[in-house]
Write a protein that binds this ligand. Structure first.
Ligand code: FES
Length: 168
């Protein structure tokens, strides 16, 4: 098991993955799981492995909200800012969350690296607007539909408890 954040061995990181361009998404996912984000050297490693130009891999890395080019919190809170969610209150939800987590203007991640607050494009479930998605460290996510300050506070408290070793 390699140390998190140390440069990975590509053979180990991409084990079982065929060297083919269609595996770019999975290669990037593994790089991000290793580092916690996608540093340029990691994007290059994935691009070289599957055989696509660095510019193409970089384009994919910046397009999908699952990927981040900077270190982010263990739990990534994504607020949909598509039209339906924006109109239904996600701008206010974002302000509430930022204040709840004590984020200063321009700050995306809490100083304990537990939470990040980000804006995202439409998740495709606009009927549940406003929608907030929490990406969890195990790769799964939680969707909060009709999100409001109460449900968002409850989610933050639940994950904080989980991190303290509570029952969640
Ligand atoms: S606009 Fe938010 S899920 Fe579509």
């Amino acid at each position: 098991m390699e140390e998190k954040g140390a440069p990975p061995n590509p053979d180990e990181l991409f084990r079982g993955l065929q060297r083919a361009p269609h595996n770019l998404i999975e290669a990037l996912r593994r790089v991000q799981a290793h580092y916690g984000y996608l540093p340029l050297e990691g994007i290059k490693m994935a691009a070289d492995y599957v055989g696509v130009p660095l510019a193409q891999a970089y384009g994919v890395a910046t397009f999908y909200h699952q990927y981040s080019l900077e270190p982010l919190g263990k739990y990534r809170i994504l607020l949909c800012m598509g039209t339906a969610c924006h109109l239904a209150g996600n701008r206010l939800n974002a302000e509430f969350l930022r204040s709840l987590l004590g984020l200063k203007p321009g700050q995306k991640t809490t100083s304990d690296m537990l939470f990040s607050v980000e804006e995202a494009r439409c998740f495709g479930c606009c009927g549940l607007a406003p929608v907030v998605m929490i990406l969890k460290p195990d790769g799964t996510n939680e969707i909060i539909g009709r999100a409001n300050p109460r449900s968002l506070r409850a989610a933050v408290e639940r994950y904080r408890r989980l991190e303290r070793g509570g029952s969640g």
